[in-house]
Structures are given as structure tokens and as C-alpha cells.
Design a protein around this ligand. Structure first.
Ligand code: IPE
Ligand code: IPE
Ligand code: MG
Length: 257
């Protein structure tokens, strides 16, 4: 039986987020420049998008470039921006073939104009696709997104359009850029690093975390399916006890009037 067939289609996460890490180390191991690792990471992106689409997952968020990544050497930043443009162009076919709609989160205005243009172009071309929503986190950080939301709320408060009483978990999220998607149930990080690196901070409060030593350019569909299977074995308690969860699934026989 193939890994994919072991996955319970009734217990799929709606939203999977991925920290794609390890490109530089992958290239170094092969005696190559870091950019060689980034270039080879494109195949892993394609495989992951296809795997998520095949399963019928609704949202896949890929952390492609953090606000902190601007601090990398200029030649690496430039190479990443060029790679982004060419990939957004060449992968349009993959997106269309798999009915995938592209979206983006992050400080998109800080991207070079030609990246922004290609990004908007691919977003527009795939806008009517109804399958997986692929969300690229670009010039993104969790703190940036939170601050952005808080600034909006403070502005509205100054204008007398919102009061403190109106804010709770749900209403606060509506002010965040990624409020169009549910919180991720599963977060995958490759390359054996055990940290969040300023990814979806608000959203991952109760997300299941999955860490794998695989370096991103080596990540394939099978690795994605393994992560989903691991997720499906977990008990998500959200603060409750295990016994409470069992009684919620199998209601008391005296209680079925
Ligand atoms: C992830 O790989 C890609 C980006 C952060 C853009 P890295 O470039 O961080 O690779 P390592 O972690 O140095 O191996
Ligand atoms: C996180 O990877 C950002 C992306 C994958 C885009 P980094 O390689 O930048 O993270 P740190 O610096 O090792 O935490
Ligand atoms: Mg890294």
C-alpha cells in the first residue's frame, strides 16, 4: 500500500504551512554556491504543491522569504528575487494543470517592482482556479503581520470606529492579512531546525508541529504524505482531557433523544 493511500481523506488538515529550510546547506554539501540550493528547491515546491492538490487540501502556505532574509548578502537576495520571477513564470502551467490559485502574504510593497509585477500577473492568471490555494509568504514575518493589524486597529480606534470591547480572538484575526484562511492545523519545517523563525505567530497557537531533517531541495511528495500521516495519528486536545474528546465523538447513549 502506498503512503498516500494510507491517508484518511476525512481527517485532512485544511491548511498546511511549510518553512522551507536547508537550501544553502544542501548546496554546500554538494560543493556548490547557496543559490544552487535555492534553484533545486523549486522541484520540492512543485512536488509539495502537487501533493497538497492531489489530497484536496484547501490552503498551503509556503514561507519563501522572511523580513529577516533581506539581511542576507545582496548577491543572494538578488539571486532569490530573480529565481522568484522566473519560477512564478515557469510554474504557471503547474498551477493551471492542478487547478491551483496563487495568493501572497507579507510586506509585498517592499518587493522589487519586477517581482511584484510577476507576482500580480500569476495571481491574476490563476484567480479563477477553485482547488488548492497556494499562499506564498514573501517579505513576511509573524511580527510584521501582527503589527500591521494592530496599527490598523489603533487607527480605527482613533477615528472612533472600534472599541476595546469589540476585540476578541475572532474579531482580532479579521484585521490580519491572512484572515482569508483558517489557522494551519499542521506546520512542517525541513532541515532539522527546531524553531519558528517569525512565521505565522498568532495563527500557530494550537498548530501541530512537524520537524524533519530532510533538506528542502530533497523534499518530495512522499515526505509530505509522511507528515500528513504523522499529523493524523495525533490527538488534538485544545486544553481538554483525552476522555472529554472521546465522549464528544461518541455521545452518551442516554443522550440521543
Ligand atoms: C531556505 O534555505 C530558503 C530561504 C530562507 C530563502 P536557506 O537559504 O535558509 O538554507 P540554509 O538554512 O542556509 O541551509
Ligand atoms: C526561515 O528560514 C525563513 C524561510 C524559510 C523563508 P531561515 O533560514 O531564514 O531561518 P533562520 O534564520 O535559520 O531561523
Ligand atoms: Mg535557513
Amino acid at each position: 500500500m502506498e503512503l498516500k493511500d494510507k491517508i484518511d481523506r476525512n481527517k485532512l488538515p485544511q491548511h498546511v504551512a511549510v518553512i522551507m529550510d536547508g537550501n544553502g546547506r544542501w548546496a554546500k554539501k554538494k560543493g556548490n554556491q547557496r543559490i544552487f540550493g535555492h534553484q533545486n528547491g523549486v522541484k520540492a515546491v512543485r512536488e509539495t504543491v502537487e501533493a497538497a492538490a492531489e489530497l484536496g487540501i484547501k490552503f498551503l502556505t509556503l514561507y519563501a522569504f522572511s523580513t529577516e532574509n533581506w539581511k542576507r548578502p545582496q548577491n543572494e537576495v538578488n539571486a532569490l528575487m530573480h529565481l522568484l520571477i522566473s519560477t512564478l513564470n515557469t510554474e504557471i502551467k503547474t498551477l493551471q494543470d492542478n487547478n491551483v490559485r496563487l495568493l501572497a502574504i507579507g510586506d509585498l510593497d517592499s518587493l522589487p517592482a519586477n517581482v511584484h509585477k510577476q507576482l500580480n500577473n500569476t495571481i491574476e492568471l490563476t484567480a479563477s482556479n477553485t482547488g488548492l490555494s497556494l499562499v506564498l509568504a514573501l517579505s513576511y514575518s509573524g511580527r510584521w503581520e501582527l503589527l500591521h493589524a494592530i496599527k490598523n486597529i489603533v487607527q480605527l480606534a482613533c477615528e472612533g470606529k472600534i472599541t476595546p470591547e469589540q476585540l476578541n480572538d475572532e474579531t482580532f484575526y479579521q484585521y490580519m492579512q491572512s484572515s482569508f484562511m483558517p489557522y494551519p492545523e499542521l506546520l512542517i519545517r525541513t532541515s532539522g531546525e527546531y524553531r519558528i523563525s517569525n512565521f505565522l505567530l498568532w495563527q500557530i497557537a494550537y498548530t501541530e508541529l512537524y520537524f524533519t531533517p530532510i533538506l528542502w531541495p530533497d523534499f518530495r511528495k512522499e515526505h509530505f504524505f509522511e507528515a500528513i500521516l504523522d499529523f493524523q495519528k495525533r490527538e488534538r486536545r485544545f486544553g481538554k482531557t483525552s476522555d472529554q474528546l472521546v465522549s464528544e465523538v461518541t455521545p452518551n447513549a442516554n443522550n440521543n433523544s
